[in-house]
Write a protein that binds this ligand. Structure first.
Ligand code: GLP
Length: 242
């Protein structure tokens, strides 16, 4: 296939599709280099500027990554996140990754006004505040901040959570089985502290999630999470709106 000069599709977009096909056809593996901009320009009869525009696009889509002075390489496929009431541990295992958790903050504190309102608690009700760095195969993936009412899980602060599933602890130690939840997801920009934890440049895009999970009608967890947008994609089945 070649670039079609008569097509209304911009050349950089045509090249994007051609390159994606080429990667599949040649069986390019993760971390393999792609040809240089100059080579691609010659191969497809395009200016270096157009080729760069295509590469920039594929890098911003997370399909390629650049190593300064070395070249451009095929990135790992993004992880598809299930839009389900699943724990990070379950979700990662289902996708063949080894889940991990590193404790950043563990403390009992009075719920802030908005946390109490959102969780249906009296103002200043004590909550466990838990901040964790979540990893997949040892690689930082997300920063998760959870609030759990102390009366539902007394002594939770005594349970080690590093490398352990919070949902499993809630179930095994407190008999809490989450049965419903709701979640909002929006695009966000990583703040400097989270960027450092996630190994990202300041201002990198993240998926910001806010989840409330319930058991028997009571809000058990209010969590805000920041997932790396370069490693995650959301996937959901679509049914007609009724
Ligand atoms: C998901 C949710 C979090 C929840 C976590 C529990 O990532 N977004 O709100 O705290 O799962 O995961 P785990 O049981 O693996 O600790």
């Amino acid at each position: 296939m070649a670039i079609d000069s008569a097509s209304p599709v911009p050349k950089y977009a045509q090249l994007r599709d051609l390159l994606l096909d080429w990667m599949v056809d040649t069986g390019l593996s993760v971390d393999d280099p792609i040809p240089s901009e100059r080579e691609l320009g010659q191969r497809y009869g395009l200016s270096r500027m157009t080729v760069r525009q295509t590469i920039d696009l594929l890098v911003s889509e997370g399909k390629l990554y650049r190593v300064p002075g070395k070249g451009t390489f095929l990135a790992r496929p993004k992880i598809e996140m299930a839009l389900a009431l699943a724990s990070f541990t379950e979700d990662m295992r289902a996708r063949g990754y080894q889940p991990g958790a590193q404790d950043l903050v563990r403390r009992v504190m009075p719920a802030s006004g908005s946390t109490a309102r959102t969780m249906g608690l009296e103002p200043e009700t004590p909550v466990h505040h838990i901040e964790r760095l979540r990893t997949a195969d040892g690689e930082p993936m997300a920063v998760e901040r959870s609030n759990i009412p102390v009366d539902l899980a007394p002594g939770l602060d005594q349970h080690a959570l590093a490398g352990r599933s919070l949902y499993a602890v809630l179930e095994q130690e407190y008999g809490i089985i989450l049965d419903s939840g709701e979640q909002t997801i929006e695009a966000g920009i990583c703040d400097p502290a989270d960027a450092k934890l996630l190994g990202l440049a300041n201002g990198s895009p993240v998926l910001s999630m806010r989840r409330r999970s319930f058991a028997n009608g009571r809000c058990v967890e209010l969590a805000t999470s920041r997932y790396r947008a370069d490693r995650y994609t959301l996937h959901s089945r679509l049914d007609p709106l009724r």
